[in-house]
Structure formats: structure tokens, C-alpha cells
Design a protein around this ligand. Structure first.
Ligand SMILES: [Cu+2]
Length: 489
């Protein structure tokens, strides 16, 4: 089934660049976030299936693992201010798209089918224009059958580096990617989308892993040295409580955005709760030679060891711990005092509903259909009684709201369900202003915010033109209705 949008765009699979001005009259082309003369880097990207040993040595290998460029957890490091032109090819047997999580991309490079492009079929190509105006820790992943493809490994990391960071004095940088695997004892994939999981907390992996390994990594670091730990929950489902067994640790960035260093010891239970898609940069001061720092997920009854840092003597002397502040984030900030207020409720649903007014009949997206391959077959969730299409009802829902380009908005997000929902807004970085439960946390910038049962979280942002989705990042929830969109015009 091909939507009217696809016809208007002219066979996107043949490679309509996100760079091109929109042929659509209904919305302003989102402003570019880099000047036209910014340095350009052309990169080839492919997604393909491969065989990987996930269960550990001497265990059966797993077929049908999905990876970018043949590399599990592919990691790109790119200088701040670069424009990536990414020539993507889908070598998987199923459709996909690429979404650049947390990056302020032009709308047509956002990778959301059918809002900004059609799914890229097997063998298809698409060029993404990815300006990198903000330093930080980002990632990219599919936004069609995200539950199935991310579940089978399709995720890559993107570190946008400010040259000033190299002079901050860190002795070591280390990435912790939290991602479990849903495998049976023979290394075969189990269903990623289950009705039981999608309607509750999500279907958890059967095997826990860090950076793909079921054996928690041990990393050597200079004794008394400064380590920048960069943690991402790349899992479809799991929420962790990040913590470590030292007092000399401070959060220096959330979702890649710098904040005034926040010692972990000042947080309730000395942990930071991270749902799927969330990132955290932590400065850890190493202890003396031979000693260790253990990094845990404290959410489980028995703390799960994510990684051990082992201090080795490199001649460094012990000095008092002073957390290193990253250069301040430069994202556009909302004018909170003049922001318009909007209220959203995250709730359960029994079947597709929509109460928002429909799009005008002549809108190119008014009759757009969601590809059934991209979403789940049941609807369990909604935002303000509006669900993303799933199952038999694959109509694109009307926008949750129409916002004005450049204006500031305050959103309250109230979770009236029994489960946590990490809510992500595309194309923007927002300020987390307040929570009815987490009263001790100072305001910070993020692109994904956790909402607990019975919690109201308030965020604020400056709206940028385009059609942007707002959704839960527990992937089965998203694929079972927990996604809506804003039109900013
Ligand atoms: Cu959710």
C-alpha cells in the first residue's frame, strides 16, 4: 500500500535526499541547524543481517543479528559542526528507516514512516542529511519495526565531539551500552513483540549483556585517573538504576547535554534512573593501584554488574576529586516564562482511538497509512486518547497539537498507567523543569524523560518546524499505540 505522501515525494526509496526542500506545501521546511558552508562528511551506511556469538564462547551462534556496516554497536565519532551526508542502503530482507536520536535534524531526515518518509524496502536506498550542531552522545536506529530490528541488534552510537573536550583532562573514555538479548538456549531469537509484554512493562531479554557481552567487561584505567563513562540504555525494554561503588562520581551530561556536575551521592539512593534510549556521562575518579570501581544496575533485586574499572599504576598522584564540567550546551532554550502550556496524559487504550481533530482533507498526510510491517498488531496505549496506528487500523492519527515555529511550549506529561514510560520528542532538545515525584533534581536538558506511574513531569522546548513524533521508548509500547506527533508550522 503506498500512501499519497509517497506519491508526492516521488518514490522515496529511489533516494529522495532529506536535504531537498520539501515538495509539500503544508509545512515549512525545518530550518537547517548548520550554516551552508559547514564541513560535509559523506558516509556510507548499510543495514544487514549477520551471524554473531551472543550467548558467549562455546555456545550456539545466533543467526539474523542486525547490524550497521557489519559491526555490532557501530560507533561513529564526528567533530562538532560537521554535516553528515549518509548514503544508506537497506541490505536486510525487510523494510527499515534510520532515525537520528536526539539530533536536531531537518524533518525529512528524521526517519519516521510515514510522517517524514516511506519505509525503505529491501535493497532500497535513502540519503540522510544529518547536521551535528551540538556536542554529545547520540545514537541511531530504525523507526520501522523498531521492536524487531533493535531487538536483534540494529543500533549504532554517534559521538559528536567538541575539540575543547580533549583538553578537559580525562585519562580514559569508556562506553557502556546496556542491551539484553531475547534468545532461547540454542541462540535463536524469541518473539520481540508479545501481547503480554506490549501491554505491561515490555518483553525483557532473557540474557543480560554489556556492549554485547554476557560477561561484564573489565577495563583498566589509570589509578587516581579521571574516567569519562558514557552509558546508554540501548535496550528495547529495560530500565536501569545507574550507580557505582565510589563516592567520587558525578553526572556531567544527560542525553549528551552538559549540566553542572551533579555528584551521584546527592541523588536519592545515589542512582540515576535510565529507561530505553537514555544516555548518561559520568566522571569517575579512580582509586589507588589494584583497587576497582564497580558500575551496577541497582534496579534489579540483585544488583547487576555492568562493568568493572580496574585501577593500574601509571604514575598519577592522588589529588582531591573535583568533577570536570563539560562546555555548556548551546541548544536553543525555551522562554519558560512566556511558554504556552499543554497537557498530555499517557494512558492505556483498548483499540485505536483519536479525539484530535482530523487533518484537512487536502493535507498530504490526511490519508497516509502506516506500513503494517512497521508497527505491532495490537493497540494497548494512547496519548490524550489518541493512538498511533497498529493492527487493523493503520491510519495515521491526527497531530496531538499544532504548534507555532519558534514559540516556547511547556508540556505536562502525566503517566496514569502502572508502568514507566520514557517519553522521547523528536527533533528537539527540551528542558526538564519539574516532576511531582523527583523533587531534588535540578532542571536539565534531555531528549527523553522518564515518567513513573502517577507522576507528572513538566518539560519545555522551543518548537522547530516540521512533523515530529512524541513517543514512549519502550519499543513495544510505541508499536502498540504509544506514539503521537506534533505539527510545528
Ligand atoms: Cu511506555
Amino acid at each position: 500500500m503506498i500512501s499519497r505522501r509517497a506519491v508526492l515525494l516521488g518514490a522515496t526509496a529511489a533516494g529522495a535526499a532529506g536535504f531537498a526542500p520539501s515538495a509539500l506545501g503544508h509545512m515549512a521546511v525545518s530550518r537547517d541547524t548548520l550554516p551552508p558552508n559547514a564541513p560535509v562528511r559523506h558516509l556510507a551506511l548499510s543495514a544487514a543481517e549477520m551471524e554473531v556469538a551472543l550467548l558467549g564462547p562455546d555456545k550456539p551462534k545466533t543467526q539474523g543479528f542486525c547490524a550497521y556496516n557489519g559491526t555490532p554497536f557501530l560507533t561513529w565519532r564526528v567533530p562538532l559542526g560537521t554535516r553528515l551526508m549518509v548514503d544508506f542502503e537497506n541490505r536486510m530482507p525487510t523494510p527499515t528507516t534510520v532515525h537520528w536520536h536526539g539530533i536536531r535534524v531537518p524533518n525529512l531526515s528524521d526517519g519516521v514512516a510515514p510522517l517524514t518518509q516511506e519505509p525503505i524496502p529491501a535493497g532500497g536506498r535513502f540519503t540522510y542529511n544529518v547536521p551535528l550542531p551540538d556536542p554529545g552522545f547520540y545514537f541511531f536506529h530504525p523507526h520501522c519495526d523498531e521492536t524487531g530490528q533493535v531487538g536483534r541488534g540494529l543500533v549504532a552510537l554517534l559521538l559528536v565531539e567538541d575539540p575543547a573536550e580533549a583538553r578537559l583532562g580525562f585519562d580514559l573514555e569508556h562506553i557502556i551500552a546496556v542491551k539484553d538479548w531475547r534468545l532461547d538456549a540454542d541462540g535463536r531469537w524469541m518473539p520481540m513483540f508479545t501481547d503480554e509484554g506490549a501491554s505491561t512493562a515490555g518483553s525483557f531479554g532473557t540474557v543480560r549483556a554489556t556492549n554485547g557481552s554476557v560477561i561484564p567487561p573489565r577495563i583498566e584505567a589509570p589509578a587516581y585517573g579521571d574516567v569519562r563513562l558514557r552509558t546508554i540504555v540501548a535496550d528495547s525494554t529495560r530500565t536501569i538504576e545507574f550507580g557505582c561503588d565510589t563516592n567520587n562520581a558525578a553526572i556531567i551530561a544527560v542525553d549528551g547535554q552538559a549540566l553542572v556536575p551533579l555528584p551521584l551521592s546527592k541523588l536519592p539512593d545515589e542512582v540515576w534512573r535510565m529507561g530505553p534510549a537514555m544516555r548518561l556521562d559520568v566522571h569517575v575518579r579512580m582509586p589507588g593501584p589494584g583497587e576497582e570501581v564497580k558500575v551496577f544496575d541497582y534496579r534489579t533485586a540483585e544488583p547487576y554488574l555492568l562493568t568493572t574499572l580496574v585501577a593500574v599504576d601509571k604514575g598519577k598522584k592522588k589529588t582531591p576529586f573535583k568533577p570536570i564540567a563539560l562546555p555548556a550546551a548551546k541548544v536553543p532554550l525555551p522562554d519558560v516564562s512566556r511558554a504556552k502550556k499543554r497537557d498530555f496524559i499517557v494512558q492505556t487504550a483498548a483499540g485505536a482511538t483519536a479525539i484530535a481533530p482530523p487533518l484537512p482533507a487536502d493535507d498530504p498526510l490526511a490519508k497516509a497509512l502506516i506500513d503494517s510491517f512497521c508497527v505491532g498488531d495490537k493497540t494497548f496505549w494512547a496519548i490524550n486518547r489518541t493512538s498511533w496506528g497498529a493492527g487493523a487500523d493503520l491510519r495515521l492519527p491526527p497531530p496531538l497539537d499544532i504548534l507555532k515555529d519558534g514559540d516556547s511550549y511547556r508540556l505536562t506529561i502525566t503517566n496514569v498507567t502502572k508502568h514507566v514510560h520514557p517519553m522521547h520528542l523528536h527533533g528537539h532538545v527540551f528542558r526538564v523543569l519539574s516532576s511531582t515525584r523527583k523533587t531534588t533534581i535540578p532542571p536539565y536538558l534531555a531528549d527523553t524523560v522518564m515518567t513513573e506511574p502517577n507522576e507528572t513531569v513538566e518539560i519545555a522546548f522551543r518548537a522547530k518546524s516540521g512533523d515530529w513524533v512524541f513517543h514512549c521508548h519502550i519499543l513495544e509500547h510505541m508499536d502498540a499505540g504509544l506514539m503521537g506527533w506534533f505539527r510545528v508550522a
